[in-house]
Design a protein around this ligand. Structure first.
Ligand code: 8Y7
Length: 278
């Protein structure tokens, strides 16, 4: 999954049109680099980023979505707002990637109304602006698993078929460096729901914490984390660097490291059922 940000940045003052043109060019590039899915997002989840209205977010994302859909690859829209979800799905988006796991009022219904749409339910503790202040868990993997079990059950109860759902531990969202690596070490425990895992480590600060490198210099660390997450069972990796990630995965595939038999088996299904019962 290649990341397409449609967020006006500080060193490019081209306004909305310039931003869309850049994002579309980036989307085209990621497809030629081998992206299987494009993830288009208009709202920054960085702490301190200004809140965006649904109208503003839609105005950013939809023109880029239209161009991305025309490229012929599955397109995901990164949003938590039901109005943006509905507009995007009506215009041909295939997947909603929601860091808030369809918790906004009306979000479950927006997804349920589109019978063929996929959804990624991600774990986050708190809200982006403040989440790092409250990064406390007993057992982070159990807490994430319990949350995902609850959101999976809520989506199923709203009429969203299990086959439409992927789950995501939400690396970096209200978690310390230790929490994030614990989630990677024990990622197999999140496979017990029988749903594919999507994982995003690309350029994140936990990689900087281990390597001492700034975001621009975290390509090698990002590749290593992506490979580790895939070998531990992730089926979709959300990345900035598509060409390099595809190469790395091809080599691991050629080496036989991506055979199902090498993927550790997760906790049993009855464990997952226990967790979903609370
Ligand atoms: C993730 C994400 C971001 C992630 C999913 C960043 C939108 C932060 N991270 N969506 N979004 N999973 N599903 O550094 O890990 O890319 S934004």
């Amino acid at each position: 999954m290649g990341i397409v940000n449609v967020t006006p940045d500080s060193f490019y003052d081209g306004g909305r049109h310039g931003t869309a043109v850049q994002a579309i060019a980036h989307a085209e590039r990621l497809v030629t680099e081998g992206a299987d899915i494009l993830d288009i997002g208009g709202e920054s989840s960085r702490p301190g980023a200004a809140a965006l209205s649904a109208e503003e977010e839609a105005a950013r994302v939809l023109p880029v979505l239209d161009a991305a859909v025309a490229l012929g690859v599955p397109v995901s829209v990164d949003t938590s707002k039901p109005d943006v979800m509905r507009a995007a799905l009506d215009r041909g988006a295939d997947v909603v990637n929601d860091i808030r796991a369809l918790t906004a009022p009306g979000a479950l219904e927006a997804l349920a109304a589109h019978r063929d749409a996929g959804v990624c339910l991600m774990h986050m503790q708190g809200e982006p602006a403040t989440m790092q202040r409250h990064a406390r868990f007993g057992d982070v993997v159990r807490a994430v698993a319990a949350y995902l079990a609850g959101r999976l059950a809520a989506a199923r109860a709203a009429g969203i078929a299990a086959e439409r759902i992927v789950l995501d531990p939400g690396i970096g969202f209200g978690k310390t460096v230790e929490h994030n690596f614990e989630l990677l070490a024990r990622q197999a425990e999140l496979l017990s729901f029988g749903r594919p895992l999507l994982v995003g480590w690309s350029r994140k600060s936990s990689l900087g914490a281990v390597t001492g490198r700034v975001a621009e210099d975290r390509l090698a660390a990002s590749l290593a984390a992506a490979l580790a997450s895939v070998v531990r069972g992730a089926r979709i990796v959300r990345v900035h660097d598509v060409a390099a990630t595809v190469d790395a995965l091809r080599i691991w595939g050629a080496a036989g490291l991506l055979e199902p038999a090498t993927i550790p088996v997760g906790a049993s299904d009855s464990d997952a059922q226990d967790r979903s019962r609370g």
